[in-house]
Structure formats: structure tokens, C-alpha cells
Design a protein around this ligand. Structure first.
Ligand code: UD1
Ligand code: UDP
Length: 376
């Protein structure tokens, strides 16, 4: 039997977290030859995820540079994939979401006339500079892709508005599938700082912030507001696994580095992350993924941005967008810390992002599509 050759290409932490559950299902499918290429846009933060899922890539472009630019990532991915795609000659390339690895890999596949499947398709803010460059990255991929795996109905509607109607499948988000691998009872944290936390006595805020459009003044505003929040609430502590980007670390350590109730730690692996999130009081983040994960656990999420491409949980009432002004963030979070009724309103589990079976649906649609292409 001839197998369909599927090459998944990804390069950053969030892509890996959301692609690994799918790769596990592709691996298990007899009709598919499963190949994995990592670009290494991230290095340590990517490898942490690959280790957890025990995935050994077939190809590793290893291209991360310190303080890399959008141009260097794009050009390195494009040129490295030209030869690789010619040699590997897959029937389908899968890319995920909105990173520069993903848009460049989709373009590289297009140049070889290889069909592209887009996992996590159809998210939009309609502002090409926010998030930057992700909104444009996902629009570019939408123009190239042949198969669209949309997490939600809203995502499919966004694609319809752009006249993309063929081969669009609502699957749920594979991030919810990832919990099957990461959440464990009586979990023992690998990071020592997490083992020392005292949940009976404190309220822990889990925070992350790294977005390019927040670097500089917005990130400084975020840090100052968090510092004030901790100083004004003696039972509150913050756990912040700080992204390895030096532009993030400089600002964060300078403003918050001396406050003992703010735990600035290195990025934690996704098992530690999901388990600590499930125990936190609330989440403050500018990340995309955390906006999907918090609602699953019923943990309120404050989004440190001016917009979101994930309105589903905002509408369900578990996520609130605070903007990036110091006072606005301070007031939004203070209300959640001081007003129990407001907190309870937000702290309920909802699952607009899926039921944990997105990966199976994606594999099924790939198989159905391959038959229409005469690949089998
Ligand atoms: C990238 C994605 C962003 C995603 C984020 C997830 C683009 C343009 N941006 O942004 O969409 O939300 O990943 O985290 O694709 N670094 C390390 N080790 C690592 C990872 C990063 O040292 O494992 C440092 C390097 O100095 C690197 C810098 O961080 O140059 C920035 O990494 P980069 O991938 O360019 O940007 P992110 O902000 O991580
Ligand atoms: N995450 C992690 N360790 C950390 C911080 C985040 O495993 O120290 C996970 C988080 O749970 C989510 C994903 O990384 O699944 C989000 O990635 P990131 O914030 O880097 O990117 P974004 O979602 O903004 O694209």
C-alpha cells in the first residue's frame, strides 16, 4: 500500500505544543508516512516540548540566532526548505498558526507546488500590526493553503468572509488534546521553585509576556502594574516564566527583579506549565495559547493586549482584555483580587476551543482529502 507522505514543519514552542498531539496521531495511522521538520526558530524552548512528547524530528534546520529578525528567520527558512522539500517530496506539508516559521514554510511549499494544510486556521484581529507579524503571517498562509483546520466556527466564518470555503473543517484546537499528555494527578514539578509554592496560604498569579508589539513601553507598563499589584496585596505572589528573548528579559528583570513575591523563573516545560496553571488563581498574559488553556481549567485570564483573535472565551466571560496601560491593567486585576463576586463570575470552565479530539479529526480529513487527490 502506498502511504501518503505528510511533512509537518514547525519551529517555536507554541507550534510544537499544538502540533505534537497531532504528530502522535499521524504516527499511529498506517496509511500515513509521518515526517517532522523543525526549523529551530526557537531552540531551548522548542526542545523542551519535543522531549516531553518524545518526538525526534527527521530534519532540524537549527536556524535560531540571538536577537533574530523577521527577515533573517524568513530567508533562512525559505532557503533551507528549498532543497529539503525537493528531496523529501511530501504529498502534503502541515504548518501551524501564525509564526514566521509557518508563513515561510507555507511559501517554500508553494514554490515546490506542494499542497499545504493549515492547522489553527482562520484566527483574525483584522489589524495587520497587532499582533505583529502574526496577523499577516496567518493571512499569507490562508492564501496558500489547500486544507484549513479551523479550531472554532467563528474561525471558519472568518475564512468564509475572505471567500475561503473549500476544504475548511472545524476541528477544535489541538492545544486541548495536549492536556491528555501533560495533566497528571499528584504531579511533581520539575522546577524547584514551583515545588516550594504554598497554595493554601497564597494566591498565585501565573503570568507570561513576550509579544513583539509589547516590547519596550507596553512591557514596562505591564511590569510596573504587576509590581504595584503585588505590593498592594500581601497574599498575592506572581510566577513568571520569562521568555528567553533578551529584549523581554532586560525589561522584566530591571523592573521586577528585586520583588521577592515575584518569581522570575526560566521557561518551564509544558507539563510544569499546564499543571501549575490548573492550580493558579488567575492568569495574566499576552500569549495566544494561554488564552485557550486558562478557560479549560476555569482560571480567569487577563489579556495584556489591546485586542484578541480569540473572542470565544471573552464572550463566554472567562477572559478579559485589559489593554497595555499601567492603570488599566492594575484596575482590571485589582477588581478580580478584591471582588469575590466578580472573580466567581469569571472562574468557570468553558471549552470553546475543543473536546480534546481535534487531532483525530485532522487525520481523518487528511485521509479523505488524499483519496480525492488520487494519492492512495
Ligand atoms: C515567536 C513567534 C511568536 C510566538 C512566539 C512564541 C514569530 C515572528 N514570532 O516569537 O508568534 O508567539 O515565538 O514564544 O514567529 N530565544 C532563545 N531561545 C529560545 C527561543 C528564543 O534564546 O528557545 C531568543 C533568541 O535570542 C531569539 C529571540 O528569543 O532571537 C526571539 O525569538 P523569535 O522566535 O524571533 O521571537 P519570539 O518573540 O519568540
Ligand atoms: N508555555 C510553557 N512554558 C512556559 C511558558 C509557556 O510551556 O514557560 C506554554 C503555554 O502553556 C502555551 C504555550 O507555551 O501552551 C504558549 O506559548 P507562547 O506564549 O510562547 O506563544 P503564543 O501562544 O503567544 O504564540
Amino acid at each position: 500500500m502506498k502511504k501518503i507522505k505528510v511533512l509537518s514543519i514547525f519551529g517555536t514552542r507554541p507550534e510544537a505544543i499544538k502540533m505534537c498531539p497531532l504528530i502522535k496521531k499521524l504516527e499511529q495511522c498506517d496509511e500515513i508516512e509521518n515526517l517532522v521538520c523543525v526549523t529551530g526558530q526557537h531552540r531551548q524552548m522548542l526542545d523542551q516540548v519535543l522531549d516531553i512528547f518524545s518526538i525526534r524530528p527527521d530534519y532540524d534546520l537549527n536556524l535560531m540566532k540571538d536577537r533574530q529578525t523577521l527577515t533573517t528567520i524568513t530567508t533562512s527558512v525559505l532557503s533551507a526548505l528549498e532543497t529539503l522539500l525537493k528531496q523529501a517530496s511530501p504529498d502534503l506539508v502541515l504548518v501551524h498558526g501564525d509564526t514566521t516559521t509557518s508563513s515561510a514554510a507555507a511559501l517554500a511549499a508553494f514554490y515546490q507546488q506542494i499542497p499545504v494544510g493549515h492547522v489553527e486556521a482562520g484566527l483574525r484581529t483584522y489589524d495587520i500590526y497587532s499582533p505583529f507579524p502574526e496577523e499577516m503571517n496567518r493571512k499569507i498562509i490562508s492564501q496558500i493553503a489547500e486544507l484549513f483546520f479551523a479550531p472554532t466556527v467563528k474561525n471558519r466564518q472568518n475564512l468564509e468572509r475572505e471567500n475561503i470555503r473549500k476544504n475548511v473543517f472545524v476541528t477544535g484546537n489541538t492545544v486541548i488534546d495536549a492536556f491528555q499528555y501533560t495533566i497528571k494527578e499528584n504531579y511533581r514539578y520539575k522546577n524547584e521553585a514551583l515545588r516550594l509554592l504554598t497554595f493554601e496560604k497564597k494566591r498565585y498569579i501565573l503570568m507570561t509576556a513576550h509579544r513583539r508589539e509589547n516590547l519596550g513601553i507596553p512591557l514596562a507598563n505591564i511590569c510596573r502594574s504587576v509590581l504595584r499589584l503585588v505590593q498592594d496585596h500581601s497574599d498575592v505572589e506572581v510566577i513568571y516564566p520569562v521568555h528567553l528573548n533578551p529584549a523581554v528579559r532586560e525589561t522584566v528583570f530591571q523592573i521586577m527583579g528585586d520583588e521577592p513575591r515575584i518569581h522570575l523563573i526560566d521557561p518551564i516545560d509544558v507539563e510544569d506549565m499546564h499543571n501549575i496553571m490548573s492550580k493558579s488563581y488567575l492568569v495574566m498574559t499576552d500569549s495566544g495559547g494561554l488564552q485557550e488553556e486558562g478557560p479549560h481549567f476555569g482560571i480567569p485570564v487577563v489579556v495584556l493586549r489591546t485586542e484578541t483573535e480569540r473572542p470565544e472565551a471573552v464572550e463566554a466571560g472567562t477572559v478579559v482584555v485589559s489593554g497595555t496601560e499601567e492603570n488599566a491593567i492594575y484596575n482590571t486585576v485589582s477588581e478580580l483580587l478584591n471582588d469575590q463576586e466578580r472573580y466567581s463570575e469569571m472562574a468557570h470552565a468553558v471549552n470553546p476551543y475543543g473536546d480534546g479530539h481535534a487531532s483525530e479529526r485532522i487525520v481523518r480529513e487528511i485521509l479523505t482529502w488524499s483519496k480525492t487527490q488520487g494519492l492512495k
